[in-house]
Design a binder for this molecule. Structure first.
Ligand code: ADP
Length: 302
């Protein structure tokens, strides 16, 4: 089987590990930079060109699409899907997961535990918005933020009002969220492959930091999930339609609360913390799907 990792950089840990796992299991692995793919369409059907080739010999793709290139990256993944080439992660699910607001709407509909969140167009009425949440402290998040940047803790109603005003003047969209103090600056990342938690780690923010992101200086350790945490993580990934997902949760008095579901979760932190061959689990998931689906007549015509 020929499996393509859609990645911009073959030296990244996750890309390297996926290639290693593909080869280890006796397949051929290639790295395709999705930004260098051309999407061609006419009445004969969808096509993709990369370095002068149509990529018809690829059996499956593993998308590793960075947040800054979501639009083009998901268009390329969708084109593979249109060509009936199996994608380990659904293009629509990637699009959903990249939109913080849309993700929370989907998780809320599915009944997944989450911090109470407000989004409004009327940021002039900050007090009313804060009332939806309760009262300060509140967390204010940029809709476009990643890696903990643009996540602000406003300790008083006054501070919240100033932060909302500042973002409003920059015409930046935000959400306001109840602050879960008892999370203690820690969160849990559950890595899911095909409806199963294959690894989990607890990340602790550095001293005095409420954000646990490793990019913000946090540290990670392996953790055994409670039943409730496992069930929340699986429910969240399922609601988003993601077969491979990194679900971020914080622990609260009312149980685990999901913050985010990541569609290109990094492998380095979780493999290092847990010692699990997660790249191998991803390849096994592809093997199961290809053997289920592939019939000779399904082969894409040149
Ligand atoms: P990003 O997507 O930028 O990582 P998150 O929403 O995951 O942003 O927030 C970053 C970190 O801040 C989380 O991992 C968590 O530790 C902390 N955090 C986020 N929201 C809350 C909240 N409502 N209450 C308490 N801590 C929070």
């Amino acid at each position: 089987m020929k499996i393509a990792v859609l990645s911009r950089n073959k030296n990244l840990y996750s890309t390297r590990r996926l290639l290693e796992a593909i080869e280890q299991k006796g397949h051929t692995g290639v790295v395709i930079d999705h930004l260098k793919c051309d999407i061609i369409m006419d009445e004969k059907g969808p096509n993709i060109f990369f370095n002068g080739s149509t990529l018809d010999d690829v059996d499956a793709v593993i998308p590793r699409i960075g947040a800054s290139v979501t639009f083009y990256g998901t268009a390329v993944v969708r084109q593979f899907e249109m060509k009936k080439i199996f994608s380990a992660v659904d293009s629509l699910a990637i699009t959903r997961s990249r939109d913080k607001l849309r993700s929370l709407q989907i998780l809320s509909r599915a009944g997944v535990g989450m911090p109470k969140t407000a989004f409004t167009n009327n940021s002039k009425e900050e007090n009313k918005v804060i009332k939806h949440i309760g009262k300060a402290p509140v967390v204010i998040k940029l809709l476009e933020g990643t890696q903990g940047l643009g996540v602000v803790l406003a300790e008083t109603d006054k501070a919240a009002k100033s932060v909302v005003e500042a973002f409003d003047s920059l015409k930046t969209r935000i959400i306001m969220q109840e602050f879960i103090e008892e999370a203690g600056g820690a969160d849990i990342r559950a890595f899911i492959v095909d409806g199963e938690v294959v690894g989990a780690m607890k990340r602790q923010g550095k001293e005095g930091e409420f954000r646990s992101n490793l990019h913000r200086g946090g540290s990670a350790n392996v953790v055994k999930l409670t039943r409730a945490q496992k069930s929340s993580a699986l429910k969240a990934a399922k609601a988003m339609g993601l077969a491979i997902a990194g679900v971020d949760m914080i622990e609260s008095k009312r149980g685990p609360l999901v913050l985010e579901v990541n569609s290109s979760p990094g492998l380095e932190g979780i493999e290092t913390a847990t010692g699990v061959d997660i790249a191998g689990k991803i390849v096994e998931y592809i093997e199961r799907n290809i053997s289920k689906k592939r019939k000779p007549k399904d082969k894409v015509k040149a």
